[in-house]
Design a protein around this ligand. Structure first.
Ligand code: UD2
Length: 322
């Protein structure tokens, strides 16, 4: 039987999660358009797939360009963001523009173009430092950083557009996604990207705080599968709703550093620095809702994810040195 063709628009297509989604969609034979303003994304993340897709350098805040990007599109996978807690503490206006205003702009364009469904990269930071673990979706949000507030604002707009305009929207609250192509080069980079590269180079990593903070680190393939499921699930199961996307396990940074040692061959110690402003101490998800309504399950566990991630940074370093 012929599979019905669908057209997908990935925002933030040149970023870590967006470029992984683009590849997964192309592998499935889907038609893919991608946009990115290349603020944090890199064209190189798409090098070998650029010819198979329609890539446009567009800012999600440019409503005219967004409307054009949404033309003929069935599903929007909205990943474009400035994804950093410390960056938002330094520049709350910039974070709000990209993460909150940007999401509203995507929704307006998607609504007007009569897109079937919008799937949004929401953030576990919405839960803040509430003492209850694991975090489940019915808990009252308690955001700490400007980043968390902006991402949560985006979620509320998603729900509002379902309720007011009937646009099918699904918010996926990602818990610390990591894996190949996560940018390791900035001081704001995700901790696993930074540590993998630093330790492979024999450089000493720094833990902010005592290292006993914990995260529900989730490998990229699991986030990609969650997006595909969020597109195919019946509207009655998911439209206008929010789902945790995680592994339902957590590791402390101290444990993670120990796991990375044999994988990277790093034999030195870790340095401890001051705690980071806006940081959350513990994070762990209840993933029951996503399992029940989306059929989501983590496909790759933390240890295997770490192994694949370090392998990728190692081969990149080798390619760069060759
Ligand atoms: C938050 C969200 C996550 C995602 C992400 C945006 C939570 C629990 N998670 O991740 O879902 O939205 O923002 O990309 O809010 N650290 C070090 N050394 C370093 C770098 C980081 O110790 O060199 C620490 C950092 O202080 C924090 C932990 O590592 O305690 C994780 O930091 P991160 O920036 O990788 O991610 P996080 O938790 O802010």
């Amino acid at each position: 039987m012929m599979k019905a063709m669908a057209k997908y628009l990935v925002t933030g297509a040149a970023g870590f999660i967006g470029s992984s989604l683009v590849r997964a969609l192309l592998d499935r034979g889907e038609e893919v358009r991608g946009i990115d303003n290349l603020a944090t994304g890199r064209r190189e993340n798409l090098t070998e797939v650029l010819k198979q897709m329609d890539f446009r350098q567009v800012d999600i805040l440019d409503l005219d360009a967004m409307r054009q990007a949404c033309e003929g599109v069935d599903y929007v996978l909205h990943q474009a963001a400035i994804p950093s807690v410390p960056k938002s503490v330094l520049d709350p206006l910039g974070s709000n523009r990209a993460n909150a205003d940007g999401t509203l702009s995507v929704l307006v364009a998607a609504r007007d173009a009569k897109v079937k469904r919008v799937v949004y990269a929401a953030s576990s930071s919405a839960y803040g430092d509430t003492p209850t673990l694991p975090k489940h979706e019915a808990m009252t949000p308690n955001p700490i950083s400007p980043y968390a507030v902006a991402k949560l604002t985006g979620e509320y707009y998603m729900i509002s557009f379902y309720r007011c305009y009937g646009l099918e929207t699904v918010s996926l609250r990602y818990f610390n996604i990591f894996g190949p192509r996560q940018d390791p080069s900035s001081q704001y980079s995700g901790v696993l990207a930074k540590f993998s590269l630093q330790m492979l180079r024999g450089e000493q990593p720094t833990i902010f705080g005592d290292g006993e903070q914990s995260r529900d680190f989730n490998y990229i393939d699991n986030a990609v599968s969650a997006n595909l499921l969020a597109c195919s699930a019946p509207a009655a199961e998911c439209a206008g709703r929010v789902f945790n996307i995680a592994t339902a396990r957590r590791a402390t940074l101290n444990q993670t550093f120990e796991l990375l040692k044999p994988l990277t061959g790093y034999t030195g110690t870790v340095k401890y620095g001051p705690e980071r402003g806006g940081d959350i101490k513990h994070s762990l998800a209840d993933i029951t809702l996503a399992q029940k309504h989306l059929g989501y399950k983590p496909l790759v566990n933390f240890e295997e994810g770490l192994r694949r991630t370090v392998e990728w940074y190692r081969s990149e370093a080798r390619a760069a040195g060759a």
